[in-house]
Design a protein around this ligand. Structure first.
Ligand SMILES: CC(C)(COP(=O)(O)OP(=O)(O)OC[C@H]1O[C@@H](n2cnc3c(N)ncnc32)[C@H](O)[C@@H]1OP(=O)(O)O)[C@@H](O)C(=O)NCCC(=O)NCCS
Length: 179
């Protein structure tokens, strides 16, 4: 049984390396993803963790819901309050989720030694699309069905179905206007 499974995996991997697979979704967690502190990472079996994703979760949990996708090269730092990603969420390549900050108020010691702070968790509700190269800071909730435009920095809550963009991100429009 185990050797059949191994053979199948080797076959699929070889086809993947040769670019012969029509879809990327043969895997759940791509072999190049680096998931540190695995005990703090809760992935629904139907979610997709793409190539070169990095998760560091030493002190708080990353939770990913059904059918959600963590795009290639995206990085997740769970800080002290954690990151929750709902169902059917699409996270494009090269996004950073920083649920904590370096303590930068003290100037008597290097920031590297000053520890970390977090104002609150990052929560991404269901059916959100986050464009490429976005950064999401701590204490941010992105409401159901929202869209974050490419290259945005989201440092405040986003209302459900809003489309936001820019640095810092502000409202561009609402998906509700199109219905
Ligand atoms: C947000 C997005 C979906 C909007 O697309 P759209 O509905 O076609 O909207 P438009 O291009 O007509 O832009 C609407 C307004 O938003 C602004 N806008 C679009 N993208 C923006 C961005 N990344 N940052 C800031 N403003 C942006 C436009 O300038 C325009 O403003 P205006 O009305 O004042 O001229 C699209 O711009 C985007 O960022 N897509 C993400 C693509 C991506 O990252 N893909 C990764 C692979 S899935």
């Amino acid at each position: 049984m185990l050797s059949r499974l191994k053979k199948r995996m080797r076959y699929l991997y070889t086809r993947y390396v040769r670019n012969e697979l029509p879809s990327i979704s043969w895997y759940h967690v791509h072999p190049t993803a680096l998931l540190y502190n695995r005990d703090n990472i809760q992935l629904d079996p139907s979610c997709l963790v793409c190539e070169y994703v990095i998760v560091r979760a030493p002190a708080a949990v990353l939770k990913v819901g059904m059918h959600s996708q963590l795009g290639p090269f995206s990085v997740f730092f769970t800080g002290d309050n954690g990151i929750t990603i709902g169902n059917d969420v699409m996270i494009s390549p090269h996004c950073v989720f920083a649920a904590g900050n370096h303590e930068h108020r003290r100037i008597d010691i290097p920031m590297m030694q000053a520890g970390s702070v977090s104002k609150g968790p990052i929560v991404i509700e269901d059916d959100v699309w986050i464009g490429a190269n976005c950064t999401i800071t701590d204490n941010v909730r992105i409401g159901k069905g929202a869209v974050v435009a490419a290259n945005s920095v989201v440092n405040k809550n986003v209302e459900p179905y809003d489309i936001v963009g820019g640095v810092p991100a502000s409202k561009i429009s609402s998906r509700l206007n199109n219905t």
